[in-house]
Design a protein around this ligand. Sequence first.
Ligand SMILES: [Zn+2]
Length: 407
Amino acid sequence: MTRVRAAWVVPVDQRPLADGWVAVEGDRVVAVGNGPLPPGLDGPTRDLGRVALLPGLVNAHVHLELSCLRDRVPPAHAFTSWVKQLFAARGASMDHPDEPGVIDAATEAAREARATGTSAVGDIGNSLASVSPIASSGLRGLVFHELIGFRDTTGDLVARTRGAREAASRVNERVRVSLAPHAPYSVSPELFQAIRAEVDRSEIPYTSVHVGESAEEMELLVDGTGEWARILRWMGAWRDDWQAPGTGPVEYLDSLGVIDARTMVVHGVQLADESLRRVRALGATLVTCPRSNQWVGVGVPPIQRFYEAGVAVAVGTDSLASVEDLNLFSELKAMRWLAPRVPASRLLESATLVGARALGLDDDLGSLTPGKLAEIVAVKLPDHVTDVEEVLVSGVDARHVSWVHQA
Ligand SMILES: [Zn+2]
């Protein structure tokens, strides 16, 4: 048995424990507490001193496949400008997702996420290039093979990707593979429903969709006009028989029957309170990526309103094409800045337990709880700490993060 003691233990599923300890047997946590170790658990204990111990974090939305675009897509004032720059920068790599540059950058990014205290990722890819990098970095994850097809009238894309998805699922037990539609402005109603049916049939019935990210998306859905309609026509992807639903994206996707409790609704920057209440009623998890939202020019997410609406909120960094690093503590810092009244404990829960639940990994990850995997991170603390949770959401430099135990 391994025992570690620290100035603070932040289990997430209970209040922080001053002078706390965690006992580990094999790869599992067996007990968490503070003060003297109880009889039966006592024995040699490693005292780590002025650090906080917490569970590994869960980055619920990232695109490791785009890591090769780090520093290559500058911040934009409008989402459609950023997307055009992304297309230009992505160029050839989009056609050759298995080329070494793509894999090497994804591997380095996965290692960076791991080194900054991440246990698991919800990763989106138009190929399955990220599966091996995730497994080799020590992360766990759910990779969503993302489909795009605004003109797809049959859902044929789903059948065509089935073989690749099933093959990738067998690569490593740390990484599972599911399917995801990209967004309401890039996926046809038929493809949305075909993906949903396939996900419902699979052993991993979790999915994800970008929703309510930009004002341009809202404009397209309300009356079929605006910059997105122009871009779809310019790309030759427009479909003349497509009818704008005349609603917001949550209402539209709910009318198609494609959002449920195992759906991650990513971004939600533009969602009104009524739509947020609908997300809550459906039991879906909203994943916020505040640094990316600002980078791509869609504004700041209404984080306070997300929590006030009672929605389950998880946290993602998004890709290195729209954020400077994959340190989830930096994302928490952005959330704290944008939502000063949300309790730090709620923000920490979002970056751990809520994300783990959304990915179906909460039996093993998301809190320091007896029976779960001993994925234990230490964060070096400043001299005088009165509110350890506040310290953890105020920005933690990568140098101050280390792994105490990895499972
Ligand atoms: Zn995304």
